[in-house]
Design a protein around this ligand. Structure first.
Ligand SMILES: Cc1ncc(COP(=O)(O)O)c(C=O)c1O
Length: 443
């Protein structure tokens, strides 16, 4: 029996329609090296999305594997419930040294969604400790993705992902427009929401510096400075959800640094270990934890068995040191303009591309038909299999996205050189040629 048949019998996929899961073309990936992965038939694909925005250092690093193996032999498990252990301490120290401003306390979990859950609870615990128990409202933006655990999902603004579970979601989230819809005025919209709710009731503003949902939405100049000033004005905490943005995706350790602001909390996951093992977390300003430590309970009542896992935190240290020693952030900064120019060139050469957005090694190409919105039938056909097939046939792993528009999203590994980026652009060119042909002959 083939691996894909066995997968269909017992393995339940994430966010995958059974039409794709049951297809004969379901790829079974078996190996990776650098920017490439291979399927079981030996076909090579360029990983143009770094897995899911996470394999920042690229695939096949035996040094990271060796660090994991050594840690498993030395101390495979210890929690940070009442104990400490060296890998977690080293990872927290290193992350604190890289984080902007006075963010110097790190709480580890296992994923981005758990990081967001932890940030929601940390903000709440801070306000309780600070004598403001009524601050429970959280502001998050349209089309934002903050994970799918029930707290994260309450903050997530992607209708398709929320709707099945809407009756299970708390009503503590107030929805703000994103910068694609409102530009700089989106900051004033958030202030208006705070005033409307009563500033004394608002706990947290949660937003990605460059938002993925809606297509790599780069904030207008001054937007985050305004958010910072608004949150300061009303005693609201500000959390930058950097699950995608952090650890080099935008050429800086943190997007907050790139945009020149110091939030109160930063959530992270994905690239912290280049996805060699799962790890996520929240970084907080010292004052947040000092306030909790000075409260009667003296406790952040939240945790998980695998939080601060020794293997994951050891790999995080090795990954971040490798990124630093191999000048990976400089690689992104020195090549981002070239990548952007190539993508803009593709847009100019194809009727199907309406807009290119993004920065660093993180872009979205929004599709349209000669500048006109695609029809519902075109959207459905392109997302329902055509784009996926053309992408596969171009030997790429990138994502046809449907959050807010039909888009191609690219986020190559941060170690990509010009050869890799050229291969990515050539593959995209093929996909866009086929999209143009299909649009001009009519679906
Ligand atoms: C900004 C953001 N927050 C949270 C999450 C959830 O992360 P995870 O899938 O690790 O739970 C994601 C996932 O892509 C994300 O992009």
């Amino acid at each position: 029996m083939s691996t894909s048949e066995r997968a269909r019998r017992h393995l339940v996929p994430h966010f995958t329609s059974y039409t794709a899961w049951e297809s004969e073309q379901l790829p079974v990936l078996v190996r990776g090296e650098g920017a490439w992965v291979w399927d079981e038939n030996g076909t090579r694909y360029l990983d143009g999305l770094s897995g899911l925005f996470c394999v920042n250092l690229g695939h096949g690093r035996s040094d990271l594997a060796a660090v994991a193996a050594k840690q498993m032999e030395t101390l495979a498990f210890a929690s940070t419930w009442g104990y400490a252990h060296p890998p977690a301490v080293e990872a927290a120290e290193l992350i604190a040294s890289l984080a902007p401003g006075d963010l110097d306390r790190v709480f580890f979990v296992n994923s981005g969604a758990e990081a967001v859950e932890s940030a929601l609870k940390l903000a709440r615990t801070f306000h309780l400790a600070n004598g403001e128990p009524q601050r429970t409202k959280v502001i998050a933006r349209e089309w934002a993705y903050h994970g799918v655990t029930l707290g994260g999902l309450a903050a997530t603004g992607v209708p398709k992902v929320r709707e099945p579970y809407a009756p299970m979601l708390g009503d503590f989230v107030l929805r703000a427009p994103n910068t694609h819809d409102r530009g700089l005025a989106g900051a004033a919209d958030i202030e208006a929401l705070i005033l409307d709710a009563g500033p004394e009731n608002v706990s947290l503003v949660l937003a990605e510096p460059v938002q993925n949902g809606g297509g790599a939405l780069v904030p207008p100049d001054g937007y985050w400075q305004q958010l910072r000033a608004i949150c300061d004005r009303y005693g609201v905490l500000l959390c930058a959800d950097e699950v995608i943005n952090a650890y080099g995706r935008l050429g800086h350790w943190f997007a907050s640094s790139r945009f020149g602001i110091v939030p109160d909390l930063i959530t992270f996951a994905k690239g912290v270990t280049s996805a060699y093992v799962p790890l996520g977390g929240v970084i907080a300003r010292g004052q947040v934890l000092d306030t909790i430590a000075a409260s009667p309970s003296r406790t952040f009542v939240h945790g998980a068995t695998f939080g601060s896992h020794p293997v994951a935190t050891a790999v995080a240290v090795a990954n971040l040191e490798a990124m630093r020693d191999e000048h990976v952030l400089d690689n992104v900064l020195s090549r981002e303009a070239g990548l952007r120019a190539s993508l803009t060139g593709l847009a100019a050469a194809h009727r199907c591309v309406r807009d290119v957005r993004g920065t660093g090694f993180f872009y979205a190409l929004e599709l349209a038909d000669n500048g006109h919105e695609l029809t519902d039938e075109q959207h459905a056909a392109l997302r329902g299999g055509l784009l996926g097939r053309w992408i596969r046939e171009a030997r790429l792993l990138i994502r046809p996205d449907d959050r807010g528009a039909t888009m191609l999203v690219v986020a190559p590994p941060l170690i990509s050189d010009d050869g890799v980026l050229d291969e990515l652009v050539t593959g995209l060119d093929q996909v866009l040629d086929r999209t143009d042909d299909w649009l001009s002959t009519g679906p």
